[in-house]
Design a protein around this ligand. Structure first.
Ligand code: HEM
Length: 396
């Protein structure tokens, strides 16, 4: 097995990790990535098979359990009940309960509200140019998810600050002060939601939190801890990735001079799938092996952890013709932007709806949308998203 060294903090890599993914894919079914200390794959067939096989999972096997440092306890108190970090049977139970509340009907019901919100954000943009990440991509998803959950919009800044502090825990570069901030944010967030859940328990509304309290599956409900973790997961997963997918998508649409007809209703779904394939914000997810297994002749051992390069698999030439080329005319086919299998993104329909409403409106109302300078990706490998998205336009 080949070893390929690559610092995830190397500025060239952060700006363009795809040449490394190509080398990984050409290097074999798996190559060792020493900076992470595990094997990774960028082959679509293996990534797809591994995501769909329940002999692998996100939850660490008991023999790999590590002692949680005391200062991180509030963070792990939430992670412990998060469906994203669990496997069957608890994952199955939680996911079924959440799916009952987070229905396609509820998401489709957000369409008019999201449309109005996009218009309002565009109305409020400076006249001829701005950082679109700050003024549009950041506020949109957090307000949408806050409204869906029934969290007061006036608390959106507080939620953003907690969420940002918590997701720093997934960074390649992390120090004690980041960890302490994440733990404090976790404690504050949990206390805030604990109160909100009690209020909704006493006086249920039409919101998703009230629905999550009420849903039942085979006689079980979400416990209080599970409710807090689920709402935090929906808030965190529900906005960071969407912010960066909007940013990356606008950058691609401008850089690739995508013609307006690719954003028309008949074609928009295919264009969005291609944007998710071409430049997704989440690149690397890991899985533990619960049994010995073989992939394309390479044996993996029980107890081992492997890395799945979703963004690398999205550009595998054996799965997509001219894989490194952005082509919205491709037949619509799901890629790995939202993962696959048991942990496939629960929020994909909501994220797709936000993109479907926001992108055509931005291109339509911000005439001549352009990049006065090249946008840079932020130096955080856990989110392949832009630092800023400075654009110029004439507003309509
Ligand atoms: C899971 C991507 C938006 C909630 C995932 C996974 C990916 C992903 C790749 C799978 C992780 C794995 O297999 O290990 C994205 C992207 C988004 C987005 C690219 C935006 C464009 C959202 C939204 C929500 C959401 C809007 C909720 C409102 C979740 C949840 C899971 C998840 C709860 C965990 C599902 C489970 O463990 O069963 N997402 N996501 N995501 N996502 Fe998303």
């Amino acid at each position: 097995m080949q070893t390929l060294s690559q610092s995830p903090l190397d500025p060239d890599f952060v700006q363009n990790p795809y040449p490394f993914y190509d080398r990984v894919r050409q290097g074999g079914p798996f190559v060792q990535w020493p900076e992470y200390g595990f094997r990774v794959t960028a082959r679509a067939a293996i990534v797809g098979a591994a995501l769909r096989d329940r002999r692998l999972g996100r939850e660490a096997p008991p023999e790999q359990a590590v002692d949680i440092p005391k200062h991180l306890e509030p963070f792990y108190a939430i992670e412990r009940h998060s469906m994203l970090e669990l496997e069957a049977p608890t994952h199955t139970r939680l996911r079924k309960l959440v799916t009952k509340a987070f229905t396609p009907r509820r998401i489709a019901g957000m369409q008019d509200e999201i449309t109005a919100l996009c218009h309002r954000l565009i109305d409020d943009l400076p006249e001829d140019g701005c950082d679109l990440l700050e003024h549009f991509a950041k506020p949109l998803p957090v307000i949408v998810i806050a409204r869906l959950l029934g969290v007061p919009e006036s608390d959106a800044d507080k939620l953003l600050a907690w969420s940002n502090a918590m997701v720093q825990m997934y960074q390649a570069r992390r120090d004690i002060s980041l960890e302490e901030d994440a733990a404090q944010a976790s404690a504050d967030f949990a206390a805030y939601l604990g109160d909100l859940i009690e209020t909704r328990r006493k006086a249920p509304g039409e919101d998703l939190i009230s629905e999550l309290i009420a849903v039942e599956e085979e006689g079980t409900h979400l416990t209080r801890d599970e409710l807090v973790s689920t709402v935090i997961l929906l808030l965190n997963a529900g906005h960071e990735a969407t912010v960066h997918q909007i940013g990356n998508s606008v950058k691609t649409l401008i850089e690739q001079t995508v013609a307006p007809h690719w954003l028309e209703p008949a074609r928009i779904d295919g264009t969005i799938e291609e944007l998710l394939r071409f430049d997704p914000p989440l690149h690397l997810f890991t899985r533990w092996l619960y049994e010995d297994m073989e992939f394309q002749g390479q044996v993996l051992r029980k107890g081992e952890r492997i890395g799945l390069l979703l963004a690398g698999a999205n550009r595998d030439p054996s799965a997509w013709d001219d894989a490194s080329v952005f082509d919205p005319s491709r037949p619509v086919r799901t890629n790995f932007g939202f993962g696959a299998g048991a942990h496939f993104c629960i929020g994909a329909p909501l994220a797709r709806l936000e993109l479907k409403l926001a992108l055509p409106m931005l291109m339509e109302r911000l005439q001549g949308l352009d990049l006065p300078r090249r946008p840079y990706y932020a130096d955080l490998y856990h989110f392949h998203g832009l630092e800023k998205l400075q654009v110029t336009y004439t507003k309509r």
